[in-house]
Design a protein around this ligand. Structure first.
Ligand SMILES: [Zn+2]
Length: 455
């Protein structure tokens, strides 16, 4: 049977039998997988790495940190960056212009064409590496590229520069998978040069005095208004944003006097880390509406509105804990009239947080339904398919072994499935965009688990 026929048969099987159990043969375990070399972006990484002698995995990790390998149709980030590599042309950060000079490609092409964008970023990194003294012998070692990577991020503050570069090396250490690219983890020991002495955000000396779990990286005084809230202005709104950019890039942008924008807090996608940029007593410029700015706290979330891959459980939970604290401090009702999206601010020209932000889930977390359940996978096969959504119609994105323990972050209603534990429409979210049917998970509860939110 051809691979295509096997795939067709598997589609028929999974849709008619509601089979969520992985077929044993490894060749068909993941019928929706895409070979790594098949995407145009993968070919672009190959070409750019070869032409400029930049370690390929470093390029991919930088792209993953900046964009999750998503070109966003050539539209600008909040900080004026473009493409999968986030090439920037703004006051103080000129990677797009540098790429144009080095490659002789036009800025328009570098912004709009993902392959050109990757090539341009590789050229910029290589020029930084040359200036940092790397040569043909040392360029192969990914650990020597830390200073060029930090410079590429464009931060003026040493701690923020370190944050951006550490993000890339953390990805190389842990490994990661994006569309068409899987980079396995490896030991890394980056040579940080002068940044070795830069304070790590969140360590002693860089902590927020307003919110204990947060780091403190102050915005430029050009980007907010000093006040003495709540005495001068009552605070009765919390405004939810999505950065349209990376965590480090957004914190750095708020430090750029040209930005003319800021937010009080920014939350990281990968782990829910929080950095404060503006004191709560001061008025951050985030809502695009002076009245709303004066009476609100703005929280940014790392990511882009059009890509749900950024909206992790860790980020939702950390943000909800922050909002819960702020609501208690200022007496803000924990409802959708007072915890609002940027898009809901009168006159808003922004759409964030967008359709991929799960308000139901977020408000439950804010209101204290914060439990994480657990269950034991019980399947009559060796493993259970994990799907990207709550139903058998969603693509398979992985598997968990029979007998494995899974965390349950929230529970959704999806397609009805019959399994060893009965018939149910409940699906358990066991990770970001990862769901398994409750018919195969023993949680100790018939139906919903108490204090675990609905997705
Ligand atoms: Zn916004």
């Amino acid at each position: 049977m051809s691979v295509r026929a096997i795939r067709r048969l598997l589609v028929v099987l999974t849709t008619t039998v509601s089979a969520v159990v992985t077929v044993a043969a490894p060749a068909v375990a993941d019928p929706v997988g895409t070979p790594a070399s098949a995407t145009p972006l993968s070919a672009a990484f190959d070409a750019a790495a070869a032409r400029y002698d930049v370690p390929r995995d470093l390029l991919v990790a930088l792209a993953y940190a900046e964009s999750r390998l998503d070109p966003h149709g050539g539209t600008a980030s909040a900080a004026g960056g473009y493409g999968p590599m986030h090439l920037v042309s703004s006051p103080g950060v000129r990677t797009l212009d540098e790429a144009a000079a080095l490659t002789r490609l036009s800025p328009a092409v570098l912004r709009a064409e993902p392959a050109a964008n990757v090539l341009g970023a590789a050229a910029v990194l290589r020029s930084y590496a040359d200036q940092a003294g790397l040569n043909a012998l040392t360029r192969d070692d990914v650990n020597g590229w830390y200073v060029p990577v930090a410079r590429y991020g464009g931060a003026t503050d040493a701690s923020v520069a370190r944050l951006s570069a550490d993000t890339v090396y953390d990805l190389l250490r842990t490994g990661f998978a994006g569309p068409g690219e899987t980079v396995p983890g490896r030991p890394v020991a980056p040579r940080r040069g002068g940044l070795e002495r830069a304070a790590v955000l969140g360590d002693v000396g860089t902590l927020s005095t307003d919110y204990g779990p947060a780091a403190w990286a102050p915005a430029s005084t050009s980007n907010y208004t000093v006040a003495s809230r709540p005495g001068s202005h009552p605070v009765d709104r919390i405004v939810i944003h999505v950065t349209q950019g990376s965590y480090g890039g957004s914190i750095s942008w708020f430090q750029n006097p040209a930005a003319r924008v800021s937010a009080h807090y920014t939350v990281r996608s990968s782990d829910g880390a929080v950095t404060q940029s503006v004191r709560e007593k001061d008025i951050a410029w985030h809502a695009g509406n002076w009245t709303y700015n004066t009476r609100s706290i703005g929280i940014e979330h790392e990511g882009y509105v059009d890509n749900p891959a950024w909206f992790t459980d860790a980020m939702y939970r950390a943000s909800a804990a922050l909002t819960r604290t702020l609501a208690a401090r200022y007496g803000v009702p924990r409802d959708r009239s007072h915890i609002i999206g940027h898009v809901e601010v009168p006159g808003a020209t922004h759409t964030d947080p967008g359709p991929n932000w799960n308000w139901t889930y977020y408000l439950q977390l804010v209101n204290g339904i914060t439990g994480i359940g657990s269950g034991t996978v019980n399947t009559e096969s060796s493993s259970l398919n994990v799907r990207s959504g709550p139903g058998t119609g969603y693509p398979v994105v992985g598997s968990v072994a029979d007998g494995a323990t899974v965390a349950v972050y929230c529970q959704a209603v999806g397609s009805t499935v019959t399994g060893p534990l009965g018939t149910t429409a409940i699906w358990n979210r066991i990770g970001t965009n990862r769901y398994v049917s409750d018919a195969y998970v023993f949680t100790g509860h018939d139906g919903y688990i108490p204090n675990v939110p609905r997705c």
